[in-house]
Ligand binder design. Structure first.
Ligand SMILES: [Zn+2]
Length: 193
């Protein structure tokens, strides 16, 4: 088994070797991999990531690799970087700079508040189309005003003679609230090069 998963924090207290791998043998030790390469699929694309000096927990019996929270975070960061996606802290900072709550921003983008919350904690990675929408939203005052006006006008009230600057049908905002889950679920490890 060359998959990797996140270890739960409770086991960190226990002495090595852990009996934690799929093989059920007591063979898990702490290691630092000089080079860790992994292919991650996010939003329909595969990213070939390489991390140097990655601390892991590895089973000497079956080779399974497990990661702590911090290392999981490093891999997520590498994926966002490779895909050119906004970091969680950046999304939060931009939202707060605009004086919006998570509920308000989620409402304007027609996504679940919990989805936005996960983007901001890093528990979920936004799809590329949503990343673009976020960037445009943070960048463009007219877009923000447009979305607010769509929110405040109920669809039947649209009068032919007096349409808002942006017609709802001209803004194709598909709801794509499901980003990838954390990388480990799709991760497959390749031997270090
Ligand atoms: Zn094992």
């Amino acid at each position: 088994m060359l998959t990797c998963k996140v270890v739960d924090m409770a086991i960190l207290e226990k002495p090595f070797p852990w009996k934690r791998g799929e093989c059920r043998k007591r063979g898990v030790f702490a290691e630092t991999l000089a080079s860790y390469r992994v292919d991650l699929v996010h939003d329909g694309r595969t990213y070939d990531l390489e991390l140097a000096n990655l601390p892991v927990f590895q089973c000497h019996e079956c080779g399974e690799i497990m990661l702590g929270d911090q290392e999981q975070g490093r891999i997520s960061h590498a994926l966002r970087s490779a895909a050119g996606l906004l970091e969680p802290s950046v999304i939060r900072a931009h939202r707060e700079a605009l004086g919006l709550t998570q509920r308000e921003l989620a409402g304007l983008l027609l996504i679940a508040e919990s989805t936005l919350s996960r983007w901001e904690t890093g528990a979920r990675i936004q799809r590329r189309v949503m990343d673009r929408l976020l960037r445009a939203f943070f960048e463009l005052e007219p877009l923000r005003e447009c979305l607010k006006s769509l929110d405040s006008s109920s669809p039947p009230a649209l009068e032919p003679a007096r349409q808002p600057a942006c017609h709802p049908r001209s803004v194709g905002l598909a709801e794509e609230s499901r980003g990838s889950t954390l990388p480990t679920e799709t991760a497959s490890r390749r031997p270090a090069s």
